[in-house]
Design a protein around this ligand. Sequence first.
Ligand SMILES: Cc1ncc(C[n+]2csc(CCOP(=O)(O)OP(=O)(O)O)c2C)c(N)n1
Ligand SMILES: [Mg+2]
Length: 545
Amino acid sequence: MKEILSDYRLAVESREASLIGRKEVFMGKAKFGIFGDGKEVAQIAMAKVFRRGDFRSGYYRDQTFMFAIGELTVQQYFAQLYAHTSLEADPASAGRLMNGHYATRFLDNDGKFINLTDAKNSSADISPTAGQMPRLLGLAYASKLFRENPVLKEFTSLSNNGNEIAFGTIGNASTSEGMFFEAVNAAGVLQVPMLISVWDDDYGISVPQEYHTTKLSISKALAGLQRTESEKGFEIITVKGWDYIGLIEAYQRAETICREEHVPVLFHVQEMTQPQGHSTSGSHERYKSKERLAWEVENDCIRRMREWIISEVLILPEEVDAIEKEAKASARQAKERAWRAFNNDVRKDQLAVTAILEKAIQQSDKGGEILDIKNDLVKAINPTRLETMRAAKKAIRFLATDNVEARDQLAEWLKNAEADNFDRYSSHLHSISDESAIKVEAVEAVYSDSSQLVDGREVLQACFDAALARDPRVLAFGEDVGKIGDVNQGFAGLQSKHGELRVTDTGIRECTIVGQGIGGVTWPQANCRNSIFGLFYLCFADNVR
Ligand SMILES: Cc1ncc(C[n+]2csc(CCOP(=O)(O)OP(=O)(O)O)c2C)c(N)n1
Ligand SMILES: [Mg+2]
C-alpha cells in the first residue's frame, strides 16, 4: 500500500511539473516545452523492472520514468527547461539537450567508462522521431555479445554477463518510421534483450491513427512477429495506459522473458492520453473532437488511478487529496529553486555589465545614450545572456571614440564572457579525452627495396586481423563481411579464425548496422559531456571498398 501511494504521489508530482512547465513557456521563461503528461502510470510500472546495468533509449515523453528510476529530479527537469548551462543544475547535458530529452553519464571526467553495471543508464535522446531505435538495437546487441562471447567476460564493468535489458520508448506515430521497422526486424533476427514500449495516444501531433498504422494498431500490424513453439520471434504484449496493476504485471512478465531468455518484447501501451496536447506549439483543441477530448479526461491515467485507489485500496478521498496537495507543492518548490538558480546565474552577467555602464555614464560624454542602454537592460523581466552581451557591445560602439576606463572594462568583460560562452555552448562537441580518435598518432608506412608487392585487400586483411587479435572488443559486421569475408575479400578467412560472433554477416539494413556499431554510445554532439566512442570500435556498414 505504501508503494502504491508513493507511486501515485510521483505521478501527480510529475503531472504538476508538466502543467507548470507549459505555463513557464507561456510566460516567456523558456523557449519551448514538450511534456510527459498522460504517460505517468505506465512509466512508473516500467521503472519497477529497470535494474542497475539496464539502458534506456527513448524519447521526450519519459520524464516520469526518469524521476522514478532516480536519475532526474524535478528541479533538474526545470533547469533543463530553462536551458541552465550548468552541469550541476542539469547533469544530463548542461542545458544543451532539448527539454524532455534525457541522458546519464557513461564516462567519468577522464573519459573512462564508469561501472555501467552499477548505474541506471540512459543514452541521450535525439530529436528525429525513431532515431532512438537503431541505437536501442545496439544496446541490446551488446548484451547478447557479452553473454555469448567468452572473450568479453573480463569486461565486468560494462555488462553483467549480458543480463541487461535495453528499454526503448517510442510514440505510436513514430512507429511508422523506417528506423523502427528496421530495428524491430533486426531484433527478431538477432534475438536480443530489447523491450520496446510504444506510448500510444492515437495521435502524432494532429494526425490520427488511420494515417499512420495498418489496422490502427502497431501490435496488430506486427502480429506476425509473435514467437511460437517452433519459431523464434518477439513476445507481443498489449496493455492499457491507465491500468496500474495490469501494467505492473505485464512489465514483470516482459522483464523475465527479455532478461532471461533474450527474447525481444513489443510492449504496446494503448489508451494513453495527452492532456496538454503535443507541445507548447499549438493546441490540441484544434484537431481533437469534443468526444475525444472528453474521453481523454475520463481516461486520464492519474484520474483512473485515483478512482482505483479509493475504490479498491480503500483509501479515503481526503487522504488522496492530501497526497496530491503535497506532491503539487513539491513540484512548485522545485520549479522555484531551479528558476532562482538559473536566474541568479544569468543576472551575474547583467549586474556586472550594469555596474560598468554606470561608470561609463559618469565618465563619458555619451552618458545619455549609455543610460538608455542600461535602462533597457535592467528592465528585462527575464533577462538572457544575449541581452547583456548586446548591451555591452552597443555601449562599446558608442564609446568607440571615447577613451574612458569603462570602455576598456566592457571590452575586457566581453572577452571573458565570450570565453565562458565557448565553454557553455561550444566545448565538448568532440571527445577531448585521451581516447579521442583525433589524438591517435599516424604511423607512417615504411617500405624497403625488398618489400613485397601485395594486393590492397591483403593489406586491409592483415590490418583487420591484427586489430581483432589486439583487442577482444573489436568486431566487424556487415553485409557479406562474415562468411565470404567481404565481396572484395578484406575479411577473407577472418570469420573462421576469430569466430562468428566477432566477424559476422548482417541483413541489408545499414541504419541499424550503424546502430549496432554505436551501441552504448550516446549521440556525441547532442550529449556533449557523454561518451563519444563505442563499446565496439569497428563496424562496417557495407562492404569494404
Ligand atoms: C524524423 C522526424 N520527423 C518529424 C518530426 C516532427 N515531430 C516531432 S514529434 C512528432 C509526432 C510524434 O508522434 P508520436 O510518435 O505519436 O509521439 P507523441 O508525441 O504522440 O507521444 C513529429 C511529427 C521529427 N521530430 N522527426
Ligand atoms: Mg502519439
